[in-house]
Each structure stands twice: as C-alpha cells, then as structure tokens.
Design a protein around this ligand. Structure first.
Ligand code: HEM
Ligand SMILES: [Cu+2]
Length: 463
C-alpha cells in the first residue's frame, strides 16, 4: 500500500511540473478515460487496492480462528462491522480492479490503443459509490460503539446496528449509476433501478441517526440530563473525542439531505457538475468521516502511546472551528452550485465560447466565493490545531498520564442475543448482495461488452 500510494502521489504531484521524470497524472479521483495518466498512477492505484485485500484477508482469517474456538458465540459487534465492511469492499473493488488491470494499465502502456469510456466509467462507479461507504462505515463503527461510551451510556440496540451493516452490504453496490445520470448509452430503466436502491439505502442511515441519538440520550440521562431536548446540555461537549464525533454525525445529516437531491434522477441535472457536489462531499467525507477520525485519534492515540493528550484547550475548540468553517464553506458551495457555479473550472470554454449555462443565474457568485474562502480558512486553522495537538502529544514524554480510562466497550441495552442468528450469517448476505448486483449491472454491462470490449473506443488524451 505504501509503494502504491507513493507511486500515485509522485505522478499526481508531478502534475504541477509534467516535465519531471516519472510522468504525471492530472486525472484526479474519478480518473475518467479518455483522459490518460502515466501508467505509474494506475499501477499505484492497483497496488493500493491489492494491499487493502490483504488487510481484509487477515481479518477474515483471524475471524475463522476465533470461530473455531467459539462455535456458538455471536460475532462481537465491532468485528461484525469490520467483516461486513470488507464483504462490501471485496464485492465492489472488483469493478475498479477490472477497470485498471484489464483496460487502463494496458492502454496507458500503449499495449492497446483504445478503451471504451462508457464501459470504464461504469466499472469505476460500480466501485465509486461503495468506496464512499468504505470511508463512512468506520465512522459508523465509532458512532455505534465508541460514542455512547464517551457520552456515559450504552448502545441502544446491538441488533439494529447489525441490521444497518447488513443493509449496507446488500445495497451499497447496485447504486453506482446514480453518478452517471447524465451519461448517454445507459438505458433510463437501469438508472431508475439505481435511484430506487439509493433511496432504500437511506434507511440504514436513518436507523443510525435514531440508534445513535437514542444512545446519546441514554448517556445524557445517566449523567443527570433531563427534559425533551435539555438532556443535550448534559453531554460532554468539552471532551474533544466526543464533540468531534457527535458534531460529525450532526453534519452527516445535512450531507444526507444533499445526497437525496443528488440521487433524484431528474433533480440531479440541476446540480451535476456544479460546485454543489463538492459541497455535498465536504459534508460527507470531509466532515462525517474526517472529523470522526480526528475524534477517534483523540481517543485512541493516548491509549496506544500511553501519553496524555496535550494542548487540551486547543483540542476542545478544534472540532467546533471545523464545523463552523465547514458550515460556511459547504453552504456557499451548495448555493453557488444552484446558481450555476461550475464544479471543476472557473470558466469552462466550449469551442472558444464561454459556456452560457454555467453563467451565474443570480449575481451573488462573488459573495458566495468569499464565504467559501472564509470557511476554507477556518478549516485550515482547525486542521493546524489538530496537528498541533497530535504532534504535541507525540513529542510529549510517555507515562505522564494514566493509561486511558476507556477500557472495554460496555454491552448494549439490547444485546446481540435479542437478534436473530441469521444476521451473523455473512455468507447469506453476500449471496443476496451478488444477486442484487447482477440484477442492477448484468444487462447494462452485457450491453456495453456485446459489441466487443474495445468498440467504440477512444485513444488516450494525456493530461
Ligand atoms: C447519505 C446518502 C448519500 C447519497 C444519497 C449520496 C448520493 C450522491 C450522488 C447521487 C452523487 C452524484 C452527484 C453528481 O455528480 O451529480 C454523489 C456524489 C458524491 N458523494 Fe454522495 N451520497 C451520499 C452519501 C455520501 C457519503 C457518506 C460520502 C462519503 C463518505 C459521499 C461522497 C460523495 C462523493 C465524494 C461524491 C462525488 C463523486 C465525484 O467525484 O463525482 N456521499 N453522492
Ligand atoms: Cu454515490
């Protein structure tokens, strides 16, 4: 994984100065053909994915050894979550592996002259949606199992948490076409199936909101909180590990709302390729995931290193600075997108003409861009605070504090014994997930492959 990341990072950084050796890659996250990067970029990406498969294999082997010793026990909840996430990951990352190994590496090496942009984009998004859940589910794991404890309570329901992860295994992959609503060559019916699955996928997120908030309320009431919403005040907002995770969860609600707009087949045309989409993913991956992981770091690093967290005041304000900055920035991005501010370029030119549809509809673009800049600056400050706390902790002397307070995770109010055993049968869920994938992707992929994999193809356009 380190070698792969280094290869890809070198080519990406070389994008600023393509004359350097090793070539360059300006194709970014979606690496859409016919834009073409240096082979080292694709090889690096492939190595990163293969490394992640080895990690998953390690988890499954560990699980198998544990199962041999404990044939009748329920899988511990955190382990169940990790395994379910990796089932989803194996199923979905196969798509990008085929894209990169079968098409993009041979094409960038010059072994084949053309690739089909529609086919490769489809293989990308087959993986590109589940990858967002590969980021999100570790955050869910933290919200379900660490956050209730930090709030002084217990998880409300272990069975409901398992149901949520099973739903992600089933539904994360057959939705990729919601990133391709504007792509020609895919029948509307398949886009419609993807839309339907996407809206079903909202269910596990709403269940999560319910379960996590109920667990927090339980914790707050244990700490003496009372009232319909007054209990919120009893939560430990000054504890950075708690506030980072709780605020991240709150922001995720907003990200889910903009996700629903994105996922509507017709309303998507309004926001696709505008800066609305970066607004959406800064709420989801940029806050729900990233801020949660900062919270996890505040909680876990002292436990791993035996060092007390340093600069606690900075740590306490950091998550709030992040959320204020992100609220300003993403709100302005969403509004800017609605007003026609494009996603990737300041002013795209088509055949030398300014693109009329992207011209602002209302005259407030500059005000929004200012708001984006202020928000971004606050985010930068917040990141600097986080790094100061982490580096300070790292450099401090060990054993200053007692090795952490956290110990084991308390059992849930409603424990695993309350859920049907079938929930733990990952083989069944994997099989159903494969069937759903075949229903969603079988025919469209067959259609794209039927005229031969390379027709109609495109040569590469190095960028
Ligand atoms: C809550 C449910 C969610 C729904 C319904 C949803 C839906 C969508 C849709 C339909 C798009 C495509 C927009 C377009 O290009 O026109 C999109 C883009 C995106 N979403 Fe979400 N999303 C959700 C949650 C998430 C989460 C949890 C993450 C990350 C942790 C995420 C990360 C992204 C990213 C990175 C993109 C941009 C992809 C690109 O480069 O084109 N989303 N989302
Ligand atoms: Cu998606």
């Amino acid at each position: 994984m380190v070698v792969g990341t280094t290869l890809a990072a070198i080519t990406i950084l070389n994008g600023f100065a393509p004359e350097l050796p090793f070539g360059s890659a300006n194709v970014l996250y979606t690496f859409y053909p016919p834009l073409q990067a240096h082979p080292a970029f694709y090889v690096g990406a492939a190595l990163l994915i293969v490394g992640s498969w080895i990690v998953g294999a390690d988890y499954f082997l560990t699980y198998r050894a544990w199962r041999a010793d404990n044939p009748d026990e329920r899988i511990p909840l955190q382990t169940f979550m990790v395994l379910a996430t990796f089932v989803m990951w194996y199923l979905s990352s196969a798509g990008v592996a085929v894209e990169v190994v079968a098409f993009l590496i041979p094409w960038s090496m010059g072994w084949i002259s053309q690739v089909d942009p529609l086919l490769t984009r489809t293989l990308f998004w087959y993986f590109g949606h589940p990858v967002v859940y590969f980021w999100l589910l570790p955050a869910y794991l933290a919200w379900y199992t660490i956050l209730p404890k930090l709030a002084g309570g217990k998880l409300f329901s272990d069975p409901l948490a398992r149901v949520v992860f099973v739903l992600f295994v089933l539904l994360s992959t057959p939705v990729g076409f919601h990133h391709q609503y504007t792509d020609p060559g895919i029948a509307e019916g398949f886009k419609f199936i993807a839309m339907t699955n996407t809206f079903m996928l909202l269910l596990p997120s709403l269940l999560t909101a319910f379960t996590v908030v109920a667990s927090l309320e339980h914790g707050a009431r244990q700490r003496g909180g009372s009232g319909y919403i007054g209990w919120l005040r009893a939560l430990p907002w000054g504890k950075p590990s708690f506030s980072a995770m709780a605020l991240a969860g709150l922001v995720f609600a907003a990200g889910g709302f903009s996700g629903m707009i994105n996922a509507g087949m017709n309303i998507n045309y309004l926001i696709h390729n505008t800066i609305w989409v970066p607004g959406h993913f800064h709420l989801t991956v940029g806050t729900a995931f990233a801020l949660t992981m900062m919270g996890v770091a505040y909680w876990l690093v002292p436990q791993i290193t035996g060092k007390r967290l340093q600069h606690r005041t900075l740590a306490a304000i950091q998550p709030f600075v992040w959320v204020i900055g992100m609220t300003l920035m993403s709100n302005a991005m969403h509004r800017g997108g609605l007003a026609g501010l494009p996603r990737r370029t300041a002013k795209p030119l088509f055949r030398g003409e300014g693109a009329a549809p992207f011209d602002p509809v209302v005259g407030t673009i500059s005000e929004m861009q200012l708001q984006i800049a202020i928000g971004g600056t606050l985010l930068f400050v917040s990141l600097a605070l986080f790094l100061a706390v982490m580096v300070g902790t790292w450099l401090s002397r060990p054993g200053m504090g007692r090795l952490s307070v956290n110990g084991s995770i308390p059992s849930a109010l409603s424990g695993p014994a309350d859920s049907p055993r079938i929930l733990d049968n990952l083989k069944v869920w994997t099989a159903i997930a494969v069937v759903l994938v075949i229903i969603a992707y079988g025919l469209p992929l067959y259609g794209m492959l039927a005229d031969g994999v390379l027709a109609p193809g495109s040569p590469g356009f190095p960028v």
